[in-house]
Design a protein around this ligand. Sequence first.
Ligand code: HEM
Length: 438
Amino acid sequence: MADEKCPLPHADGQVGLQALQALWQKRSPLGALEVMQSEVGRAFQLNLPGFRPAVLAGPVTNRHLLVTGRDQLLWRTEADPVTRLLRHGVLVEDGASHDYLRAQMDPVLQKPQVAPHVPQMWQYTDAITRHWRDGDTLDMLDEMRRVALLILIGTLFQVDFRPDLERLWQPILKMLRYIAPGLWVVWPGMPRPGYQRSLQAVDDYLYQIIRDRRTDVAQGYVGEDLLTRLVQNPDMSDDLIRDQLLTMLIAGHDTSTALFAWMLYLLGRHPAAMAQVRAEVDAVVGRQPPTLAQLGDLAYLDLVIKETLRLYPPIHVGNRRAPVDLTVAGYHIPAGTRIMYSIYLSHRDAEYWPDPAAFQPERFAHAERGQRPAFAYVPFGGGPRNCIGAAYAQIEAKVVFARLLQQFDLTLTGPPVHAYMGATLEPRPGVFMHIRRR
Ligand code: HEM
């Protein structure tokens, strides 16, 4: 730990060069960040033209940023595209406004409230896989996005998205490109062609389903879903509801898409693990659709989910702002600094994860789990502002994979992938798999 008031270290010329080489080899800035962590340490400052964030990783600073020191930090940055897009969504609010919105939505996303959605989760999976043909080679990044979109909107809003999926596909992708890291960091006013039209299309859709649900409720509709709950709250305007729906739509489907695509990629690369998951699904679930009661017995699938989230956390970094001068783990962080806590680097720290780049689901088995400190593993963040959809996402992953693997043999065929920093961490250029119905 550094002395009080010690400034964050940054890379000297030699390390900078190594970082550039890693960036080139891994085709991702993540390679450069890994070099920084191994050569400079768990806390450092990036020193790029116009972009000088503090990057922190590891259990000590994770705990500080997520729990003990969280009240000193701001989540919202007005000029960031994610704030412009989500406006007053729970993800980009601070203080009482955040806490109020979170309290409105938390109850709907608790495990007992998610459980009744299990049948819709496998039915919407089927709605996509129904179109798969024996011998097809498909990009699972796209297919899993379709599945995740139908499930999210179908369960949380109780709206069937199938009729609008193809029409809104490009506008949704456009929004994800809008919030992905990019040149806007140093050039906030950069032109974003086509974005306004896409935003309008998605907004039109969201405002329409809000109006429709208001009409349904006035006519006696009763529902426990998120949309109905928000519509029934007299303090929530259409604008504020739109902000929450869009937040859930983006945060809730793009993350699951990335998780499912990475799981398929890793299982495709490790046929023995794929065979083990399939054997478990056959033994526990058989040929009938999965039920909630069976999910707890899919123990190996659970390890695969955890290990995938470790290696490729869909949200690989959390962004904060220091409103005043701060001291974190002994380092001085001046007011105004952008702080990024790196989930990716935390999950690849060799001190806590032997052979960190290796896919080893067993490392999450019971006996080994106890050896790691809390906050070394933070795929869903932590503390009071952890992921509101964590229970939902884990149930969804099990249902989707049980359903996929009981019906299909999937073999990886495409080129090697690299981790692309989009709105989430995505396997690019895609996860191409050969399909055979079992
Ligand atoms: C594999 C799936 C998912 C992963 C890995 C994931 C990851 C995360 C992480 C790391 C955070 C905290 C970010 C930070 O500290 O800055 C977060 C927050 C959040 N997530 Fe997720 N998430 C997933 C699924 C979902 C789902 C399904 C939903 C909605 C149903 C959702 C909605 C949210 C929201 C609204 C927040 C902000 C919570 C707040 O600030 O109070 N996420 N998620």
